[in-house]
Design a protein around this ligand. Structure first.
Ligand SMILES: Cc1cc2nc3c(=O)[nH]c(=O)nc-3n(C[C@H](O)[C@H](O)[C@H](O)COP(=O)(O)OP(=O)(O)OC[C@H]3O[C@@H](n4cnc5c(N)ncnc54)[C@H](O)[C@@H]3O)c2cc1C
Length: 382
């Protein structure tokens, strides 16, 4: 795709986010869910196959394109952005690792927005500590039987397909974990929604119980020994697109508050003409510039094939914590008006709390940064 085509496509994604997603998102703050039409419109733009090869019906773009789209969509709604990107990630996984028979069965529907998909590691008893997952995969009649429960899964309440991580050999710890493609419409799957002010309906957050779910051998698409390594390799890209989403949300919040400052007058002057009020915006803009720089650096590092662990962790920590600090200040700067659902502020504030947990909780990322930044050689003069 030429640069002109890429830019033209991005422009159409931006129009979709601003004119279709953002107005609908007001209702999601009040408990409504995105309509099917919206997913189909997203599919027509190719959002569910950003990185899927064109020969398989995708757009054939790269991680950088996915990161940019993530930022654009999250500026309108973080939950919707996460929902779309999680389905696209499973479509990519199908195109890269699934046997043709399974790929052909599911891929078209995912790309067309006919069904969503999810990636399920977390369980009621295990989140950060992946080695502790209790979902089991046992060999049976030439295939596999899965038992267990997954919780806090994006698209979990409506996904038709899941990549489920399950333990094949409890004695082997992380090396025993494999990745399985599970048809969530199969017998033995019992799905539920998780509702809260923080797990937005647009993210489709939910869980499912797997009771003796049977599948053929070829549904194991990430064999034990490689599954955990694959998760670790891919998570740096995920941390970077979550950081980009945070940039998009903060940018949208700044724009909303700026507009308000141009309209609202207090004590005979526009809010924007009160220097103390403007300071809030100036600080937020400065911090946005710094998290954008970290996110761009993480994207560059990963795109160049370099070790992206440190850059991605730093970008995500900084982007999440900046939002967690700036959103309350920006919301406060709009007075009571900031709480209305037609402004994005309360939604984005809640979204930053979710972003602090997905794809690596902040506390764990900080440990990783400490480990990776420890000098291996003594400092000069030490
Ligand atoms: C909205 C939402 C969507 C999600 N979507 C998905 C999804 O699609 N797929 C999926 O698999 N999971 C998903 N998750 C789950 C997410 O990955 C987990 O919440 C995350 O891994 C943390 O696990 P936990 O919530 O079980 O917290 P725990 O692991 O129980 O940790 C609790 C707290 O302790 C901290 N902590 C943990 N270990 C340490 C330590 N060693 N030292 C200091 N502090 C520590 C953590 O940072 C956290 O603050 C989602 C979560 C949310 C909220």
């Amino acid at each position: 795709m030429t640069d002109d085509c890429r830019n033209e496509w991005r422009g159409r994604v931006r129009d979709f986010a601003e004119h279709r997603v953002r107005p609908a998102a007001d209702g999601w703050s009040l408990g409504n869910s995105p309509s099917r039409d919206l997913f189909e419109e997203g599919a027509a733009l190719g959002l569910f196959g950003i990185e899927v090869p064109t020969t398989l019906g995708g757009r054939g773009l790269d991680l950088a394109a996915k990161i940019k789209v993530s930022e654009i969509l999250a500026a309108a709604d973080f939950g919707f952005a996460m929902s779309v990107i999680n389905t696209q990630n499973v479509a990519l996984r199908l195109s890269a690792s699934a046997p043709d028979r399974i790929r052909d069965h599911f891929l078209h529907d995912l790309l067309a927005g006919g069904r969503s998909a999810c990636t399920a590691l977390t369980e009621p008893g295990a989140g950060s500590d992946l080695a502790a997952i209790a979902t089991t995969a046992e060999r049976s009649r030439g295939g596999w039987t899965l038992n267990g429960e997954k919780a806090w899964i994006i698209n979990g309440r409506h996904a038709g397909l899941a990549v489920v991580f399950a333990q094949t050999d409890p004695a082997a710890g992380l090396r025993g974990i494999g990745g399985f493609l599970v048809n969530l419409e199969a017998a033995g799957v019992d799905r539920y929604a998780i509702d809260s002010a923080f797990s937005q309906t647009s993210m489709g957050t939910g869980g499912f119980v797997l009771s003796s779910v049977q599948m053929s051998e070829d549904h194991m698409i990430l064999p034990p020994g490689t599954a955990f390594r694959t998760v670790l390799e891919e998570i740096n890209g995920a941390r970077t697109y979550v950081a980009a989403m945070c940039c998009g949300m903060l940018d949208a919040a700044i724009e909303t508050v700026s507009d308000y400052g141009n309209r609202r007058a207090v004590f005979g002057r526009k809010l924007k003409d009160h220097q103390a009020w403007r300071t809030v915006l100036d600080e937020a803009k400065t911090e946005l510039a710094s998290i954008r720089a970290l996110t761009t650096e993480a994207m560059r590092t990963i795109s160049m094939g370099e070790d992206g662990r440190l850059a991605a962790a730093q970008a995500k920590i900084a982007a999440v914590e900046t939002g967690q600090r700036q959103l309350p200040a920006l919301l406060h700067a709009m007075g009571a008006e900031g709480l209305r659902p037609e402004h994005c502020l309360a939604r984005h504030l809640a979204a930053f709390q979710a972003a602090a947990l997905t794809d690596g909780a902040t506390a764990l990322l900080k440990q990783q940064v400490a480990k990776l930044s420890t000098p291996t050689r003594p400092l000069p003069g030490a």
